[in-house]
Design a binder for this molecule. Structure first.
Ligand SMILES: [Zn+2]
Length: 114
């Protein structure tokens, strides 16, 4: 089993096994903006340590058997949007539209079996 050397800020270098380490990748729309880190509990002082990692460190740790947790970008964040954000005027327009258009009940009235 691979031994992973890590550094505790209090105790210095410590030896860990892959299941004592966790990698976390919080993906961003731009891959270069993704945040990567690894975490472990120091076997000497029991302190929980979190350290930033780059792609190479993530690749090295996962190839050694460390489990990686990936937090994906929500699909909505990758959608292409046009126009500005919804404002109060848009909401008021929607309310006025709904007051004069009841599409749901009109649709239900024409549905078979209704
Ligand atoms: Zn320590």
């Amino acid at each position: 089993m691979a031994t992973i050397k890590a550094t505790c800020p209090t105790c210095g270098d410590v030896d860990l096994i892959p299941r004592q380490v966790r990698v976390r990748v919080v993906e961003a729309i731009e891959e270069s903006a993704s945040r990567r880190s690894y975490t472990f509990t120091c076997p000497t002082c029991d302190e929980s340590i979190v350290k930033a990692a780059d792609e190479d460190v993530v690749r090295l740790l996962t190839s050694a058997g460390v489990r990686a947790e990936r937090i994906p970008v929500p699909a909505e964040a990758r959608e292409v949007h046009h126009g500005g954000p919804i404002g109060y005027d848009d909401l008021l327009d929607l309310v006025l539209f709904l007051e004069t258009h009841d599409l749901l009940s009109a649709d239900m009235a024409t549905s078979p079996g209704a």
